[in-house]
Design a protein around this ligand. Structure first.
Ligand code: GLY
Ligand code: MN
Ligand code: MN
Length: 360
């Protein structure tokens, strides 16, 4: 599919008006080429594919271009955009990724590239990078499996008196021990009422019997992310905790089981939202039902009412409804699902029924 991504870019060039497509988003460049660098640009025209990077990546870039003959290396020298001016020449229309180029950068690009017209690429351009290759999916499956193992250990380690920060750091250590390259985002571990903070930051708050424990964390394998949330109770769950949990679990399962290629993202969101609204908790579910995952933990599509896009085979998304009650705490259950023809393949595997940790 890497080649089909390049083919899609060449199709766009064939349609015009662009004579060149200039990629500057590091993740999109990695999706296109497999080349990872903190300073890399790609310039694609009908006749040439150019990978630009600086001295620090020179050897790796040359080795890449030797393996992938369709790419030529251009070294970035200095701190201006003369490399771009040299590659583009004059009288060209260069499509740029306006979502990642700042106004300052564009000003500098224009100064270095006289005679070049820079034009926003169409919003649909990013769709090229939404479906993942089977190899990328396998890396995410491995990242998710590491997370499952680390979470099982984390539940076993949760006990009254431990702090959110200590449990978050234990979970991250286990992820690393089982093969994660790094956390895919800042780990969220929240206890009791604080579980109602959807993206709360772990603090020196101690766990007490009967508290909620919300863990939202991710691993990275081959640069690709996983993302999973589980919520459990330490000690015995109250009837009210069980009831709230059950509403989220049913909403999550309804949406998750409906995922399939050809469905609209907004319709999957609606299933989760309707289930939570029907139980009377609509206003307490204030975020989207999910999002795409890949090299970035948050990608398109958004599984939200505003996203009318059609889910495509091979896209990896999360399904993560939640209910957040400021005085009673919160519950979120999040899984990763690969969109397939005829259904979804859930790749996060930790148990979903309400766990009462520490009870024999
Ligand atoms: N923790 C980020 C997310 O689940 O979207
Ligand atoms: Mn998450
Ligand atoms: Mn997520």
């Amino acid at each position: 599919m890497r080649n089909s991504r390049l083919a899609a870019i060449h199709d766009l060039l064939a349609q015009g008006p662009f004579t060149h497509i200039v990629l500057s988003d590091l993740c999109d460049i990695e999706y296109l080429t497999g080349f990872r660098s903190s300073n890399v640009w790609c310039i694609v025209s009908k006749s040439a594919n150019t990978l630009c990077s600086d001295f620090r990546y020179r050897e790796a870039a040359l080795a890449f271009c030797k393996r992938r003959r369709e790419w030529k290396f251009l070294e970035i020298k200095g701190n201006d955009f003369s490399f771009l001016g040299g590659a583009l020449g004059r009288n060209c229309v260069a499509g740029i990724q306006s979502n990642v180029i700042t106004i300052d950068t564009l000003g500098r690009m224009k100064r270095s590239c006289p005679g070049v017209r820079f034009v926003k690429l169409p919003e649909t351009f990013g769709r090229v990078f939404i479906p993942k290759t089977e190899r990328e999916i396998e890396s995410m499956r491995n990242a998710a499996a590491i997370g499952d193992r680390a979470f099982a250990d984390t539940v076993g380690h949760a006990r009254p008196g431990i702090t959110e920060r200590e449990l978050a750091s234990f979970c991250e250590d286990r992820c690393r021990k089982y093969g994660s390259e790094r956390p895919s985002f800042d780990t969220i571990v929240l206890f009791g009422r604080r579980a109602a903070l959807p993206h709360g930051v772990p603090a020196n708050v101690r766990l007490a019997s009967g508290d909620w424990v919300l863990c939202d964390f991710g691993c990275t394998v081959d640069g690709l992310a996983s993302d999973m949330t589980r919520t459990f109770v330490i000690g015995k769950a109250s009837a009210k905790q069980k009831q709230l949990y059950d509403v989220v679990l049913r909403a999550q399962e309804t949406a998750r089981c409906a995922v399939a290629a050809g469905k609209r993202a907004c319709d999957i969101d609606k299933l989760a939202r309707d289930a939570i609204e029907a139980a009377g908790y609509g206003p307490l579910f204030g975020h989207a039902t999910g999002h795409g995952v890949g090299l970035r933990v948050h990608e398109n599509p958004r599984i939200a009412g505003s996203d009318k896009s059609i889910l495509q085979e091979g896209t990896v998304i999360t399904i993560e409804p939640g209910i957040y009650h400021p005085r009673f705490g919160g519950v979120r259950i999040e899984d990763m699902v690969v969109v397939r023809e005829g259904g979804g393949e859930t790749i996060t595997g930790a148990p979903r029924e309400l766990m009462q940790a520490g009870l024999k």
